[in-house]
Design a protein around this ligand. Structure first.
Ligand SMILES: *Cc1c(COP(=O)(O)O)cnc(C)c1O
Length: 380
């Protein structure tokens, strides 16, 4: 099956043996009747397994070209499950340009349990080997990165990870499986905040994982059941529904993203536009190699380069909503320095390129004329 067909049919065979419903029913139940002790139809208790969640997990595995999927209560709960594969004393190599909540989970929760996190510039994959120690058990990356849209070469990192028998997990939230499939590039685990493009309608918080390896899958299912941060049946249904239009939405996100990036690049009041589709983006060649298109996420700075200038733009936007999050059908604008990255000291922020005038856009699927007119009136 090709990708677009998989978004609609992947993993969804015989979802309702009782009545033949085309969509998996929402099994809003905690438990399942047994004919005798142990005599059940594959489900005993909904933390361990639920048919609606199971249908979503199969669909996620299918669109990421994995064999096993797991759905959690949030993206961070999915990342939390990955970290629980490790033991006290193990080391994690990760990027210094991570989603803020992931950074917080690593440094404020798991460091206290004896895990060690080494943050580095992962764009230079060749320098990775020097940072690996005998205790390195996991490499965790995110590409494109938030909000600077840097690109990490998944295949190059995977090659080093394989040679050294280290697990590689990739947060694929920004790209979505429509643009990039980390498992095909050699990653062991792909993670998504399904809150974003997979759900796609800003109406659910959820996280998912997909893997190819059976033994790794069983360890993750064990953690999912033992720790219990599962996705509920209603939310599983919503994300299943979202996935069915992922390819249609992503196609428009990419078209609109490109048009907005080009509009901003040509605008006299705009300084830099960070979007991996531009040939002068520092990692454009890697993006071209590992992604099918460049998506709807981009950031830009203004020429006046002031905090107030940027705030005035985001406050004037009318079609773009000023909000955190991304990946929904509606266009959103964010100001990283005062919103998502406010907790990072100004000096540290600027080292990462997050200037006070940086604005991040999640370009939605509205008519492009309305999006450009809105940006024009706000930028002036
Ligand atoms: C939102 C997000 C997360 C966290 O997901 P939640 O569903 O909010 O827990 C992780 N990584 C990236 C890249 C995100 O955008």
């Amino acid at each position: 099956m090709k990708f677009n067909t998989k978004t609609i049919h992947g993993g969804l065979e015989n979802v309702d043996p009782a009545f033949g419903a085309v969509m998996p029913p929402i099994y809003q139940t905690s438990t399942y009747a047994q004919s005798k002790p142990g005599g059940h139809k594959g489900y005993e208790y909904s933390r361990t397994g639920n048919p609606t969640r199971g249908a979503l997990e199969k669909a996620v595995a299918s669109i990421e070209n994995g064999a096993y999927g797991m759905a959690f209560g949030s993206g961070l709960a999915a990342t939390d499950a990955i970290l629980k594969l490790l033991r006290s004393g193990d080391e994690v190599l990760t990027s210094n340009n991570l989603y803020g909540g992931t950074y917080r989970l690593f440094t404020k929760v798991f460091e206290d349990f004896g895990l060690k996190f080494n943050f580095m510039d992962m764009e230079d994959a060749a320098s990775l080997s020097a940072k690996i120690t005998p205790n390195t058990k996991l490499i965790f990356i995110e590409t494109p990165t938030n909000p600077m849209m840097n690109i990490i070469d998944i295949e190059a990192v995977a090659k080093i990870a394989k040679e050294q028998h280290i697990l590689l997990a990739v947060d694929n939230t920004f790209a979505s499986p429509y643009l990039q499939n980390p498992l095909d590039l050699g990653a062991d685990i792909v993670m998504h905040s399904a809150t974003k493009y997979l759900g796609g309608h800003s109406d659910v918080v959820m996280g998912v994982l997909a893997v190819k390896d059976e033994e790794l899958a069983h360890k993750l299912y064990f953690i999912q059941n033992a720790s219990g941060a599962i996705a509920g049946p209603q939310d599983s249904f919503l994300v299943l529904r979202g996935i069915k239009t992922l390819h249609l939405r992503m196609q428009r996100h990419c078209e609109n993203g490109r048009a907005v990036a080009e509009f901003l690049k040509a605008h006299t009041k705009i300084d830099k536009v960070y979007w991996p589709g531009f040939e002068d983006h520092p990692n454009h060649e890697i993006a071209k190699k590992q992604m099918r298109d460049y998506g709807g996420m981009l950031s830009f700075t203004t020429k006046d380069d002031t905090l107030n200038g940027a705030l005035s733009i985001v406050e004037k936007l009318k079609v773009f909503t000023l909000a955190e999050s991304l990946g929904g059908v509606e266009s959103l604008a964010g100001h990283p320095a005062s919103m998502t990255h406010a907790s990072v000291p100004k000096e540290e922020r600027e080292k990462l390129g997050i200037k006070d005038s940086l604005i991040r856009l999640s370009v939605g699927v509205e008519d492009i004329e309305d999006l450009l007119a809105d940006l024009q009136q706000a930028i002036g």
